[in-house]
Design a protein around this ligand. Structure first.
Ligand code: AMP
Ligand code: MG
Length: 419
């Protein structure tokens, strides 16, 4: 059989084609306590003002500001304390001239009061206190509605729910949150050389690292994954497993078998499934054979078997697709410019993606490869927090060049405290 000729498309075009698909999950509701990491399916409108009432931001005394006019070090003005309220209680009294109410942080200002004197600004007397400065109207008061007014859109549809959004939802009484369902994903590692993690090594065999790695990446997004058994390079059995996975899941990710080798059956399987192949060649290294297809309104990600390529393929194409499916407004990773600390002299016509370590601490971002970097390498993935992108061209890259780095994980990574 003649080997088909494939046409590489730019990485950007590949990502674009993936995100152009009309593939979305439907709306559902989850408990507030489970909602972190979901994408919000509706705008959230403030159902009341925040703060709901004029309140005290300090422990102190609520007064009428006009009563404090003319106060100075030589002319201390005395107040009589007529009530004492903590957060959550409301005073039944109305403050009259010369009176004050002892008030705690978060408590509602009593009737008549329009300023709060901090405890440390007073000197205690038998009936109350004295102060030595004049207060302005609303001084030390958190004014009703100063943060949000009733009707303000406080969270947007398509926004990823973070801890702050959880706090906002709780504020407005959302025990259940409207979100888009997370897709269920099948992971199928293909390759006759593959063994499970529990297996003893045999001649010519290697353990399947891609399957567990992709499962871990998806778990980070809180996505349910089903790990299928390793598939030998066999057309019939692979086709049957992939088509049943397609029935049961929103997305099927395979690794391996997308090249043009004698035992690479994924291209034939896409054909048998009557899948629309969005592309099967990308102008990138590694992972140029990465293939994405759509069948029965579902994505089929054919990631390369090479671990580095498999990893970059997920970060570049699969992860954005997952966010797209969930209706996210932001589907692309963060990218920073950093100073390259090593040479990459060999020119390549394709964009090179290198597992890298970017240092973001301090003034200038710097980046270096995170280890041995051939496409089959696995250790460098573990030590990376980004992927540097070296656009293809006739020239190589040198230490000191500015390059773009896609951030993959910027969780806690400093050994020293930098503040
Ligand atoms: P393939 O994409 O099937 O041509 O495989 C490319 C390279 O990746 C080969 O050296 C495979 O042995 C290796 N490989 C394939 N699948 C996996 C996997 N699941 N885990 C680790 N390495 C793999
Ligand atoms: Mg293979």
């Amino acid at each position: 059989m003649p080997v088909e000729k494939r046409h590489p498309i730019p990485v950007k075009e590949a990502i674009h084609r993936v995100l152009q698909q009309d593939i979305y999950t439907e709306q559902t509701r989850v408990s507030l306590y489970e909602s972190e990491g979901y994408i919000l399916a509706e705008d959230i409108v403030a159902t009341h003002d925040i703060p709901r009432f004029d309140k005290s931001p300090y422990d102190g005394f609520a007064i009428r500001s006009e009563d404090s006019q003319g106060a100075s070090t030589n002319n201390r003005i005395a107040f009589e304390v007529i009530d004492h309220i903590g957060a959550g209680s409301v005073s039944k009294k109305t403050i009259q001239p010369g009176q004050a109410v002892r008030i705690m942080t978060g408590a509602q200002l009593p009737e008549g009061a329009d300023a709060v004197v901090m405890l440390e600004q007073t000197v205690e007397t038998a009936k109350g206190f004295t102060l030595r400065k004049a207060f302005e109207r609303l001084e030390n008061v958190s004014v009703k509605g100063e943060e949000t007014a009733t009707g303000d859109v406080v969270l947007h549809r398509g926004q990823r729910i973070n801890a702050g959004a959880v706090a906002v939802l709780a504020t407005f009484g959302y025990a259940e949150v409207p979100v888009y369902r997370k897709p269920t994903v099948a992971i199928i590692a293909t390759g006759s050389e593959l063994l499970d993690v529990e297996d003893d090594l045999e001649p010519g065999k290697i353990r399947n690292s891609n399957g567990p790695m992709i499962a871990a990446l998806l778990q980070k997004e809180g996505i349910d994954v089903v790990r299928y058994n390793i598939q030998m390079d066999d057309y019939d059995s692979s086709l049957s497993v992939i088509s049943s996975a397609l029935e049961q899941h929103d997305m099927v990710i395979t690794t391996g078998g997308v090249s043009v080798g004698d035992f690479d059956y994924l291209p034939d399987i896409y054909q048998a499934l009557e899948a629309e192949v969005l592309f099967n060649k990308i102008a990138m290294r590694p992972g140029s054979v990465t293939t994405v297809a759509v069948a029965q309104g579902k994505y089929l990600f054919g990631l390369s078997g090479n671990p580095s390529a498999c990893y970059s393929g997920y970060e570049l194409l699969t992860k954005p697709a997952i966010y797209h499916m969930m209706g996210a407004l932001c589907c692309y990773p963060a990218i920073v410019r950093a100073t390259l600390m090593t040479d990459f002299k060999k020119a390549n016509p394709f964009t090179r993606f290198v597992r890298a370590n970017v240092t973001l601490t301090g003034r200038e971002a710097t980046v270096r490869p995170s280890g041995f970097n051939k496409s089959g390498a696995v250790v460098a993935i573990a030590h990376s927090n980004g992927i540097m992108m070296l656009p293809g061209g006739t020239r190589g890259y040198h230490a000191g060049h500015q390059v773009d780095v896609l951030l993959t994980s910027v969780e806690m990574y400093q050994q020293e405290l930098y503040i």
